[in-house]
Write a protein that binds this ligand. Structure first.
Ligand code: F3S
Length: 107
């Protein structure tokens, strides 16, 4: 089991989730959806210890426990599994709030 980052993170990348993660499970990646643009954080399922700390930290509610991922976000379970191909984000940084961010005023 793991926690999953979903679409709402794309290009918002607030990174408040990162500082509460005890195992450096967050990786920064180009949006892995085919043909999609933007940047996202992904959770490495091999690192995640299911602690639940990140969920309330995300201002756009992008993170779900694997069993609770909404129906229309299911593809993100597989996409988060590619996290290890990308660099770890060791600590929070300024929110990206890029052009694809659906909710740039959430924090
Ligand atoms: Fe993304 Fe939310 Fe973390 S927007 S970077 S999952 S705090």
């Amino acid at each position: 089991m793991s926690y999953i980052v979903t679409e709402a993170c794309v290009d918002c990348v607030y990174t408040s989730c990162v500082d509460v993660c005890p195992v450096e499970a967050f990786h920064e990646a180009p949006n892995p959806k085919e043909g999609a643009e933007g940047t996202i954080l992904l959770i490495n399922p091999d690192s995640c210890v299911d602690c639940d700390a990140c969920v309330p930290e995300c201002p756009v509610e992008a993170i779900f426990e694997e069993d609770n991922v909404p129906e229309d976000q299911q593809e993100w379970i597989e996409l988060n599994a590619t996290a290890e191909n990308h660099p770890i984000v060791p600590s929070s940084k300024d929110p990206l709030k890029g052009p694809k961010c659906a909710n740039p005023n959430a924090d």
